[in-house]
Design a protein around this ligand. Structure first.
Ligand SMILES: *Cc1c(COP(=O)(O)O)cnc(C)c1O
Length: 363
């Protein structure tokens, strides 16, 4: 990627001129455990159905702006009205639209770092001041301080399970934030399908008009390549998000793929269950390296966060000597020494555990 020259930067909106192009630090490797994708892919019995649905999409027509059948199917699944569902070009577009609609100068965001970096990025793009309430020991959120900050916020964003720490945000905490905040409380549930049953706060939507819940097809539903996400919220909040969206942001083939996935969602359960089991096995293997200085935190997502000695070096050696890519958070404030490892297939779990063992034992 070329640099932004000073001449070009001088032409940019000031909040954009402060940014650099996003670099996911991807390198071609054999084992990709860096982006929390579903390494099992689309279940074999669903793949041909999905392919047929995509091929049969109306390629020459503009897609249904608000998702048509997909929206209706999502509403039926979650037991809400279609007016309470909005789809986006990945969860990322919906997050951006949330800041477009509810952020801006004079509109404060409350966030709970360390967490998904995209919130801060989008907030800064639209000049939104951010009040950060840092997590405490073992990444526990400070709900009292969050609720206090929420009293003067336009937007509160919490992530459950949190990326990259893996913990659920307490349900009682979500209630307190909804009650304290005069603005919108978004709970980002991108990984909720990997959590214990009953972990979602979707069922609180009927109680709080200012609650919004983000979901995506990129993680459990193995469709990161299609770019479809959705928000469930009260109809007026959905209307506000609809007002700022690009009308045709979710393509007809992507809508068709997501519709097929929702329709056949039961078929994704075995892989989700396998990932949950794999998560336990990976955590136990990392826990077994405690004498070498490794610390692993419990996770309700499809990744684990682990602190390892010389983390950046370990990250580089995993990539260069073992062709395994994980995510390096070791220079992120609050995550010193931490790597995030996606739970892959059983074979991939064995490979990353063995590689870490080799590197840390200095062999
Ligand atoms: C992956 C992710 C998303 C959404 O990703 P999309 O691919 O844009 O749908 C949202 N929030 C968190 C915390 C994520 O990790």
């Amino acid at each position: 990627m070329a640099d932004i020259t000073p001449e070009v930067r001088a032409l940019m909106r000031p909040s954009a001129a402060a940014l650099e192009p996003y670099d996911p630090a991807f390198s071609p490797v054999d084992v990709i455990l860096s982006a929390n994708e579903n390494n099992y892919g689309i279940p074999s019995e669903v793949a041909p159905i999905l392919a047929e649905a995509v091929a049969g999409a109306a390629w020459n027509r503009y897609p249904a702006p608000l998702g048509g059948r997909l929206r209706a199917r999502l509403a039926a699944w979650h037991g809400v009205a279609p007016e309470q569902v909005i789809i986006g070009n990945g969860g990322d577009e919906l997050l951006f639209n949330l800041f477009l609609a509810f952020g801006g100068a004079g509109h404060t965001l409350v966030s709970c770092p360390p967490t998904f970096s995209v919130y801060g990025l989008y907030a800064s793009m639209v000049e939104t001041p951010v009040a950060e309430v840092f997590r405490g020991r073992d990444f526990a959120p400070n709900v009292d301080a969050l609720a206090e900050a929420a009293r003067t916020a336009t937007l509160v964003v919490v992530t459950s399970p949190n990326n990259p720490t893996g913990d659920l945000f307490p349900r009682e905490g979500v209630r307190r934030l909804c009650e304290a905040c005069p603005g919108i409380v978004l709970v980002d549930e991108a990984y909720i399908e990997f959590s214990d049953p009953g972990s979602s706060v979707d069922d609180l939507l009927g109680e709080y008009e200012n609650l919004a819940v983000l979901h995506t097809f990129s993680k459990a539903f193995a469709l990161a390549g299609t770019r479809v996400g959705y928000v469930l919220a009260g109809a007026p909040v959905v209307a506000a998000l609809a007002a700022v969206r690009q009308p045709y942001s979710v393509s007809a083939p992507d809508q068709a793929a997501a519709l097929a996935a929702v329709t056949h969602r039961e078929a994704f359960r075995p892989a989700i269950e396998a990932i949950r089991l794999g998560r336990g096995r990976l955590s136990a293997m990392l826990g077994g390296l405690a004498s070498l200085g490794v610390r692993v935190w419990p996770s309700q997502a499809n990744f684990v966060c682990a602190r390892v000695p010389h983390a950046h070096d370990v990250w580089r050696r995993l990539r260069d000597e073992h062709s395994i890519l994980v995510r390096d958070f070791s220079s992120t404030p609050g995550l010193e020494g931490c790597l995030r490892i996606t739970v892959g297939t059983p074979g991939e779990i064995d490979l990353v555990a063995a590689a870490l063992d080799t590197i840390l034992k200095g062999e």
